[in-house]
Design a protein around this ligand. Sequence first.
Ligand SMILES: [Zn+2]
Length: 251
Amino acid sequence: MRIPTPTKFYARCRRALALTHARSGTSRYCVCCDRRSRRFLPMGDYEYNRREDAKCPWCGSLERHRLLWRFLSNTFDLAENTFEVLHFAPEPCLERLFQHCTKWRYLTADLYAPAMAEEDITQLSFDADRFDLIICSHTLDHIPDDRKAMSEIFRVLKPGGVALIISLVDPSLSQTRSGPPSGAPARERGHECIRIYGNDLPEHLAAVGFQVNVIDVAKELTREEQILWGVAPKSNPTLLRHSDIHVCRKP
Ligand SMILES: [Zn+2]
Protein backbone atom coordinates (compact mmCIF):
# COMPACT_ATOMS: atom_id res chain seq x y z
CA MET A 1 0.00 0.00 0.00
CA ARG A 2 1.38 3.38 -1.03
CA ILE A 3 1.35 5.94 1.79
CA PRO A 4 0.73 9.50 0.53
CA THR A 5 3.12 12.26 1.53
CA PRO A 6 1.74 14.64 4.22
CA THR A 7 1.30 17.38 1.58
CA LYS A 8 -0.72 15.11 -0.72
CA PHE A 9 -2.71 13.74 2.21
CA TYR A 10 -3.73 17.24 3.40
CA ALA A 11 -4.56 18.27 -0.18
CA ARG A 12 -6.83 15.22 -0.50
CA CYS A 13 -8.50 16.03 2.82
CA ARG A 14 -9.08 19.63 1.72
CA ARG A 15 -10.65 18.47 -1.56
CA ALA A 16 -12.88 15.96 0.24
CA LEU A 17 -14.03 18.60 2.74
CA ALA A 18 -14.71 21.13 -0.05
CA LEU A 19 -16.76 18.52 -1.91
CA THR A 20 -18.78 17.58 1.16
CA HIS A 21 -19.39 21.24 1.95
CA ALA A 22 -20.46 22.03 -1.63
CA ARG A 23 -22.86 19.09 -1.71
CA SER A 24 -24.56 19.93 1.59
CA GLY A 25 -27.12 22.50 0.52
CA THR A 26 -29.90 23.32 -1.91
CA SER A 27 -29.14 26.75 -3.37
CA ARG A 28 -27.77 25.37 -6.67
CA TYR A 29 -29.41 22.98 -9.13
CA CYS A 30 -27.76 20.84 -11.79
CA VAL A 31 -30.05 19.89 -14.64
CA CYS A 32 -27.54 17.28 -15.84
CA CYS A 33 -27.81 15.08 -12.74
CA ASP A 34 -31.04 16.51 -11.23
CA ARG A 35 -29.32 17.17 -7.89
CA ARG A 36 -29.05 20.14 -5.57
CA SER A 37 -25.97 21.51 -3.87
CA ARG A 38 -24.84 24.45 -1.72
CA ARG A 39 -22.68 25.79 -4.54
CA PHE A 40 -20.74 24.73 -7.60
CA LEU A 41 -16.99 24.24 -7.43
CA PRO A 42 -14.50 26.77 -8.86
CA MET A 43 -12.75 26.19 -12.19
CA GLY A 44 -9.86 27.84 -14.00
CA ASP A 45 -6.17 27.99 -13.18
CA TYR A 46 -5.42 31.62 -13.70
CA GLU A 47 -6.89 34.64 -12.11
CA TYR A 48 -8.61 36.44 -14.98
CA ASN A 49 -10.29 33.28 -16.19
CA ARG A 50 -11.32 31.83 -12.83
CA ARG A 51 -15.01 30.96 -12.39
CA GLU A 52 -15.99 30.53 -8.76
CA ASP A 53 -19.37 28.86 -9.30
CA ALA A 54 -18.84 26.47 -12.19
CA LYS A 55 -18.56 22.70 -11.63
CA CYS A 56 -21.32 20.48 -10.24
CA PRO A 57 -19.96 18.69 -7.13
CA TRP A 58 -22.04 15.62 -8.03
CA CYS A 59 -21.63 14.96 -11.77
CA GLY A 60 -18.89 17.40 -12.82
CA SER A 61 -21.05 19.32 -15.29
CA LEU A 62 -19.88 22.83 -16.20
CA GLU A 63 -21.90 25.90 -17.14
CA ARG A 64 -21.76 25.04 -20.85
CA HIS A 65 -23.14 21.53 -20.29
CA ARG A 66 -26.10 22.79 -18.26
CA LEU A 67 -26.82 25.52 -20.83
CA LEU A 68 -26.47 23.14 -23.78
CA TRP A 69 -29.00 20.77 -22.22
CA ARG A 70 -31.36 23.70 -21.63
CA PHE A 71 -30.99 24.75 -25.28
CA LEU A 72 -31.56 21.22 -26.58
CA SER A 73 -34.59 20.53 -24.42
CA ASN A 74 -36.15 23.90 -25.32
CA THR A 75 -35.42 23.63 -29.04
CA PHE A 76 -36.20 19.99 -29.84
CA ASP A 77 -38.78 17.44 -28.78
CA LEU A 78 -36.16 15.13 -27.30
CA ALA A 79 -38.66 12.37 -26.51
CA GLU A 80 -40.09 12.23 -30.04
CA ASN A 81 -37.39 13.38 -32.50
CA THR A 82 -35.83 10.42 -34.31
CA PHE A 83 -32.50 12.10 -34.85
CA GLU A 84 -29.27 10.66 -36.09
CA VAL A 85 -26.85 12.31 -33.62
CA LEU A 86 -23.06 12.53 -33.56
CA HIS A 87 -21.51 13.70 -30.28
CA PHE A 88 -17.83 14.41 -30.78
CA ALA A 89 -15.52 14.29 -27.72
CA PRO A 90 -18.49 13.28 -25.53
CA GLU A 91 -18.71 14.68 -22.02
CA PRO A 92 -19.90 11.97 -19.55
CA CYS A 93 -22.43 14.27 -17.87
CA LEU A 94 -24.17 14.88 -21.23
CA GLU A 95 -23.65 11.37 -22.56
CA ARG A 96 -25.68 10.01 -19.64
CA LEU A 97 -28.55 12.40 -20.44
CA PHE A 98 -28.51 11.64 -24.15
CA GLN A 99 -28.91 7.94 -23.43
CA HIS A 100 -32.45 8.81 -22.29
CA CYS A 101 -33.32 10.17 -25.75
CA THR A 102 -34.46 6.71 -26.75
CA LYS A 103 -35.54 7.67 -30.26
CA TRP A 104 -32.11 9.09 -31.13
CA ARG A 105 -29.63 7.01 -33.06
CA TYR A 106 -26.81 8.29 -30.90
CA LEU A 107 -23.12 7.88 -31.75
CA THR A 108 -20.12 9.21 -29.83
CA ALA A 109 -16.71 9.69 -31.46
CA ASP A 110 -13.22 10.68 -30.37
CA LEU A 111 -9.69 10.02 -31.50
CA TYR A 112 -8.04 9.68 -28.08
CA ALA A 113 -10.71 9.32 -25.36
CA PRO A 114 -13.13 6.39 -24.98
CA ALA A 115 -16.08 6.66 -27.40
CA MET A 116 -18.26 4.42 -29.54
CA ALA A 117 -16.22 5.22 -32.66
CA GLU A 118 -12.55 6.14 -33.02
CA GLU A 119 -12.59 9.08 -35.41
CA ASP A 120 -10.29 11.88 -36.54
CA ILE A 121 -12.49 14.95 -36.80
CA THR A 122 -10.47 16.19 -39.78
CA GLN A 123 -11.04 12.93 -41.65
CA LEU A 124 -14.37 11.43 -40.61
CA SER A 125 -15.23 7.99 -41.99
CA PHE A 126 -18.97 8.72 -42.19
CA ASP A 127 -20.93 9.19 -45.42
CA ALA A 128 -21.93 12.70 -46.42
CA ASP A 129 -25.32 14.04 -45.30
CA ARG A 130 -25.74 11.44 -42.53
CA PHE A 131 -26.45 13.28 -39.25
CA ASP A 132 -29.36 15.49 -38.19
CA LEU A 133 -27.51 16.87 -35.18
CA ILE A 134 -23.81 17.15 -34.34
CA ILE A 135 -22.53 18.32 -30.95
CA CYS A 136 -18.92 19.45 -30.69
CA SER A 137 -17.86 21.33 -27.57
CA HIS A 138 -14.42 22.72 -26.72
CA THR A 139 -12.71 20.61 -29.38
CA LEU A 140 -11.88 22.83 -32.37
CA ASP A 141 -9.40 24.96 -30.40
CA HIS A 142 -7.28 21.82 -29.96
CA ILE A 143 -7.26 20.80 -33.64
CA PRO A 144 -4.32 22.03 -35.78
CA ASP A 145 -6.39 22.15 -39.00
CA ASP A 146 -9.66 23.46 -37.61
CA ARG A 147 -10.88 24.53 -41.06
CA LYS A 148 -10.72 20.90 -42.19
CA ALA A 149 -12.61 19.83 -39.05
CA MET A 150 -15.34 22.40 -39.73
CA SER A 151 -15.57 21.19 -43.35
CA GLU A 152 -15.92 17.59 -42.20
CA ILE A 153 -18.69 18.48 -39.76
CA PHE A 154 -20.43 20.31 -42.61
CA ARG A 155 -19.98 17.35 -44.98
CA VAL A 156 -21.49 14.69 -42.70
CA LEU A 157 -24.42 16.88 -41.62
CA LYS A 158 -27.71 16.47 -43.51
CA PRO A 159 -29.01 19.50 -45.42
CA GLY A 160 -31.22 21.28 -42.87
CA GLY A 161 -29.28 19.64 -40.02
CA VAL A 162 -27.69 21.53 -37.17
CA ALA A 163 -24.23 21.43 -35.63
CA LEU A 164 -23.87 22.92 -32.14
CA ILE A 165 -20.33 24.24 -31.73
CA ILE A 166 -19.06 25.57 -28.41
CA SER A 167 -15.53 26.88 -28.01
CA LEU A 168 -13.47 29.19 -25.84
CA VAL A 169 -13.74 32.75 -27.22
CA ASP A 170 -11.78 35.82 -26.15
CA PRO A 171 -14.21 38.73 -26.61
CA SER A 172 -11.31 41.21 -26.68
CA LEU A 173 -9.97 39.67 -29.90
CA SER A 174 -11.44 40.71 -33.23
CA GLN A 175 -9.47 37.93 -34.92
CA THR A 176 -8.57 34.40 -33.87
CA ARG A 177 -4.90 33.93 -33.09
CA SER A 178 -2.56 31.00 -32.49
CA GLY A 179 -1.43 30.04 -29.01
CA PRO A 180 -3.14 29.83 -25.64
CA PRO A 181 -5.10 32.73 -24.09
CA SER A 182 -2.91 35.68 -23.01
CA GLY A 183 -1.36 35.12 -19.60
CA ALA A 184 -2.50 31.51 -19.47
CA PRO A 185 -0.21 28.53 -19.18
CA ALA A 186 0.19 26.68 -22.49
CA ARG A 187 -1.37 23.66 -20.89
CA GLU A 188 -4.46 23.97 -18.73
CA ARG A 189 -5.36 20.82 -16.84
CA GLY A 190 -3.64 18.67 -19.44
CA HIS A 191 -5.51 20.04 -22.45
CA GLU A 192 -3.43 21.95 -24.94
CA CYS A 193 -5.23 24.90 -26.42
CA ILE A 194 -3.42 25.75 -29.64
CA ARG A 195 -5.48 28.78 -30.61
CA ILE A 196 -7.86 31.21 -29.00
CA TYR A 197 -10.89 32.16 -31.06
CA GLY A 198 -11.88 35.77 -31.34
CA ASN A 199 -15.16 37.35 -32.34
CA ASP A 200 -14.57 36.09 -35.88
CA LEU A 201 -15.39 32.44 -35.04
CA PRO A 202 -18.83 32.71 -36.73
CA GLU A 203 -17.07 33.92 -39.91
CA HIS A 204 -14.78 30.86 -39.86
CA LEU A 205 -17.81 28.58 -39.55
CA ALA A 206 -19.69 30.47 -42.27
CA ALA A 207 -16.68 30.13 -44.59
CA VAL A 208 -17.26 26.36 -44.87
CA GLY A 209 -20.94 26.89 -45.72
CA PHE A 210 -22.82 27.12 -42.42
CA GLN A 211 -25.55 29.61 -41.58
CA VAL A 212 -24.44 30.64 -38.08
CA ASN A 213 -26.42 32.02 -35.18
CA VAL A 214 -24.66 32.63 -31.83
CA ILE A 215 -26.83 32.08 -28.75
CA ASP A 216 -26.07 33.05 -25.15
CA VAL A 217 -28.56 30.78 -23.39
CA ALA A 218 -27.82 32.27 -19.95
CA LYS A 219 -29.34 35.56 -21.10
CA GLU A 220 -32.68 33.81 -21.63
CA LEU A 221 -32.88 32.83 -17.94
CA THR A 222 -34.21 34.99 -15.12
CA ARG A 223 -31.65 36.33 -12.62
CA GLU A 224 -32.86 33.75 -10.07
CA GLU A 225 -32.45 30.91 -12.59
CA GLN A 226 -28.96 32.13 -13.53
CA ILE A 227 -27.86 31.94 -9.88
CA LEU A 228 -29.59 28.60 -9.30
CA TRP A 229 -27.88 27.11 -12.36
CA GLY A 230 -24.50 28.75 -11.67
CA VAL A 231 -24.51 30.56 -15.00
CA ALA A 232 -24.84 34.21 -13.94
CA PRO A 233 -23.07 36.59 -16.38
CA LYS A 234 -19.60 37.46 -15.18
CA SER A 235 -19.05 40.97 -13.84
CA ASN A 236 -15.95 41.38 -16.01
CA PRO A 237 -17.03 41.45 -19.70
CA THR A 238 -13.45 40.74 -20.86
CA LEU A 239 -13.48 37.26 -19.31
CA LEU A 240 -13.15 34.42 -21.78
CA ARG A 241 -16.52 33.11 -22.96
CA HIS A 242 -17.06 29.38 -22.48
CA SER A 243 -20.70 28.71 -23.16
CA ASP A 244 -21.96 30.56 -26.25
CA ILE A 245 -23.59 28.07 -28.61
CA HIS A 246 -22.78 28.53 -32.28
CA VAL A 247 -25.86 27.10 -33.94
CA CYS A 248 -24.61 26.09 -37.39
CA ARG A 249 -27.26 25.10 -39.92
CA LYS A 250 -26.40 23.40 -43.21
CA PRO A 251 -28.54 24.99 -45.94
ZN1 LIG B 1 -24.63 17.60 -11.75
